[in-house]
Design a protein around this ligand. Structure first.
Ligand SMILES: O=c1ccn([C@@H]2O[C@H](COP(=O)(O)OP(=O)(O)O[C@H]3O[C@H](CO)[C@@H](O)[C@H](O)[C@H]3O)[C@@H](O)[C@H]2O)c(=O)[nH]1
Length: 449
């Protein structure tokens, strides 16, 4: 392998244009760079990651396309990704051709986010090795497959309105219910299935790497290995495996760490709903009232523009809400630092996969309020499989918020979840150490390049 690496081989990485996808892809880039590979990151203008000084060792190139900037917001993620793929099939091939013209370096492989499936078509033509990278859980990958199969069978009748079957368990997918399948709040089931068919199509991919850990999802990983019939490498949690520079698209407000420094151990609930969840004003207010009556301290991330139906500005709304000195609100937090802080006792989350891994990696139990797609399955696993979370379902009311917060922060039940979360934290830490499962998996993957 040393001989191979001495030839300075390049890996081309194609992240999907969203915070939750860019971050793990850049962590993977860092891990590969540390193993001696040169790195090229190919991105579109959408959610463009501005290469900071910390990333100066990587080459950044732009995939040309002519989509209006407004498409990302107006189409919703599913339809946007389908349109982006249609736009990039040809332009990515041209870009790759230009990269291949550099004879000083050899492209060892092209690693693409599963949602950037247009890459496979271009790479196939050049007969390059291509690898799918999944930034969601292995279970989410399985669920996408199953959704496509069920849709082909009977149009996913269980999800039809009024059928009352959405609460039923999907056969052989315990604890996933039909309603936990990764359908989207932004798109029809038809549109989701169209997208998922593409993301599940392995084409000429030589392997799949997943930002997950064997000990969390062994049966889903086995399912995928059988279905895909190519190697599947669980190499996560990448944020624990490698120390990568911040790839935040929004500015992190560090002042919340000073505020946390003044709080008692495990006394604060951290609330963050990721990079694109939208909430209704009414829900925000119910959460605020529930939190205040729970008597717990809270640190709350409210992204600008993330509250629907708000006729007043976020600032005004926030002023109204912070009626006690127990709460602190920021627009964007240094989340990993926050979760690692001893003052944080629980995490109210939309259960995006990065947030889930970051919380498990710090042994922080969760209140799960999934918003869309894979988040629903993650919440189910947190509550029913790993038993480190409480899911708040249905219409959000202040009483339910208060109850969930107290169950986790005050009751004995919460203590037990905390103990289980800390034990998982140790397992995740071990997995990325030398001889750990994810560490070995990354090495095995690299040996194939
Ligand atoms: O104030 C904040 C809030 C979030 N984050 C970071 O932003 C990322 C958010 O990622 P994630 O929790 O996965 O949520 P989304 O941004 O919603 O991620 C998208 O991508 C994920 C990975 O594919 C999917 O699991 C989600 O459903 C999808 O919405 C994490 O690394 C957080 O640490 C911050 O740094 N500061």
């Amino acid at each position: 392998m040393e001989e191979k690496l001495a030839r300075r081989r390049r890996v081309v990485l194609v992240p999907a244009p969203a915070q939750g996808h860019i971050t793990p892809m850049m962590q993977l880039a860092k891990a590969l760079h540390l193993k001696g590979f040169s790195i090229t990151v190919a991105q579109t203008k959408f959610n463009y990651l501005n290469p900071s000084n910390d990333l100066s060792e990587f080459q950044f190139v732009t995939i040309p396309e002519n989509l209006p900037v407004s498409d990302l917001r107006n189409l919703g993620p599913g339809r946007f990704l389908i349109k982006l793929a249609n736009e990039c099939y040809v332009s990515f091939k041209e870009l790759l051709g230009q990269l291949l013209a550099n004879e000083e370096e050899e492209i060892a492989c092209v690693i693409y986010d599963e949602f950037m499936y247009f890459v496979e078509v271009a790479v196939k033509e050049f007969k390059l090795r291509n690898v799918i990278f999944s930034t969601t859980s292995a279970t989410a990958f399985v669920c996408r497959f199953v959704m496509c199969k069920l849709y082909a069978k009977d149009g996913l009748a269980q999800l039809k309105e009024g059928g009352g079957r959405e609460e039923e368990l999907v056969p052989e997918l315990y604890p996933i219910r039909y309603k936990d399948l990764p359908s989207s709040v932004f798109a029809s089931v038809e549109c989701s299935v169209e997208l998922f068919k593409n993301t599940c199509y392995k084409g000429t991919a030589s392997s799949v790497i997943i930002n997950t850990v064997s000990c969390l999802e062994i049966s889903s990983l086995e399912w995928l290995r059988q279905e895909l019939d190519i190697p599947v490498y669980p190499i996560g949690p990448l944020h624990m495996a490698v120390s990568a520079p911040s790839t935040s698209l929004l500015e992190e407000n560090e002042s919340c760490i000073e505020w946390l420094n003044k709080q008692k151990p495990s006394s604060v609930i951290y609330i963050s709903l990721g990079s694109f969840t939208m909430v209704e004003t009414k829900e925000v207010l119910e959460m605020a009232y529930g939190l205040v009556s729970s008597n717990q301290h809270f640190l709350w991330v409210i992204r600008p523009g993330s509250i629907n139906g708000s006729e007043i500005s976020e600032e005004e709304l926030l002023k109204k809400m912070v009626i006690t000195d127990r709460g602190y609100i920021v627009k964007w937090a240094p989340q990993k630092q926050v979760l690692a802080h001893s003052a944080v006792g629980a995490f109210w989350s939309h259960c995006g996969w990065n947030s889930t891994l970051e919380s498990l990696g710090e042994g922080v139990p969760m209140i799960c309020r999934p918003f869309t797609t894979d988040q629903k399955g993650n919440a189910r696993y947190l509550e029913c499989v790993w038993k480190v979370g409480i899911q708040v379902e249905g219409k959000l009311e202040r009483g339910a918020v208060e109850k969930a917060v107290k169950r986790l922060m005050v009751d004995e039940e919460g203590e037990e979840m905390k103990r289980r979360a800390l034990s998982l934290k140790e397992k995740l830490k071990d997995s990325v150490l030398a001889q750990g499962s994810s560490h070995n998996s990354l090495d095995d993957f690299i040996k194939t390049l």
